[in-house]
Design a protein around this ligand. Sequence first.
Ligand SMILES: O=C([C@@H]1CCCNC1)N1CCCCC1
Length: 326
Amino acid sequence: AQSGEVAADPQQYDQAYLSPVTIGNSELMLDFDTGSADLWAFSNETPASQSQGHERYDSATGTELDGYSWSITYGDQSGAGGNVYTDKVVVGGVTATRQAVEAATSVSASFSQNIDSDGLLGLAFSSINTVQPRQQTTFFDTVRPTLAKALFTCDLRQGDAGSYTFGYIDSSKYQGTVTYVPVDDSQGFWQFTAGGYSVGGDNATSGSVGTAIADTGTSLLYLPAAVTKAYYEQAGGRYDNQQGGYTLPCNGGAPDFSVAIGGKTFTVPGSYIAYAPLTTGSSTCFGGIQPDTGIGFSIFGDVFLKAVYAIFDVSQGSPRLGFAAQ
Ligand SMILES: O=C([C@@H]1CCCNC1)N1CCCCC1
C-alpha cells in the first residue's frame, strides 16, 4: 500500500501554499486545493505571453484524451481551460500511473501573475471535476484504492513550511485528540457544520457559524456577516469600501477567534487575523476574517486551517473531517 508526505511551502503572507509535484518528466509547484477538483498545469500549450516565469508541464510525456477539454472558473472569477492528457503523477512518493492531467491552453491574468504557482491540484470530490465529455478523478480519488488508509491530511503553518500526507495520520503533528465531524459531499466540497463562536476568549459564545467548507485553496476565513461584524467590533476594525473588506490595526491587539466544531473549540490566534498590511509599512492590516456574503456557506480557508491539523477521511464509507489542535 502507498503512503507519503509532501511539503506545503507558504507564499508571502501565507496567501497560498505550494507543493512539488512530478508530472511525467516535469517538476512543478502546485497549489493543493480542497475547494476544487481539477489537476491543471501551465503547459507547452499555454501561450508564452501567459506563462512567463512558470514551470510548464510538457504534454509530450502524456497520452492525449482526444476530444476532451476542461474549463474552470473559481469563486474569485479567476479561471483556466485547455486539453487533457493522462500521465504519471508523483506526490511525496505516492504514484498515480494514469492520472488525468489538464494542460492549460489559456489562464486568467491572476494565474499568469502569480509566478510561484504552476497550477492547481484539486482535492475536493471528483463530482465537480470540469473535464468533458467524461469527468475525471482527482489525484486522491485515483490513488485512493492503493493507499494504506483512504485519507489525506493537511498541516499548514503560519509563515513556515507545513505538509500534506496521503494514506496516513502523523500523530506527532497535533496535540490532544482528533474531533471528527460528518461531511456532506453533495455539492462536491468538504462541507461540514460549525457551531458557536467566541471572540477574544470571552466564553459568551454567541450564535452559530453554520454550514462551512474546508478549503486549502482559499487564503482567508469567510464567516457569516453577523459573526464577522461581531469580531471587528471587538477588534477595533471597520469595513473599508475602498479595500472591499474589513481592516484593523496591525499592532498585535487583535483578539483570538474561537469556533466549536463537533463540540470541541478551535482557536485562531488574533495574529493570524491581522493578515497583512494594506501596503508595505502600513499600520493598518487587511482582516483575515471577511464576510461570506453571497457565497452561500462559510469558507474555512488557510487562516483557520493553519491553526489546526486537518484530516480529510473517506475510510469510513461516508466522508468525514477530523480536526485537532496543532
Ligand atoms: O472557487 C472556489 C475556491 C476558490 C479558491 C480556491 N478554492 C476554490 N470555490 C470554493 C468556494 C465556493 C465557490 C467555489
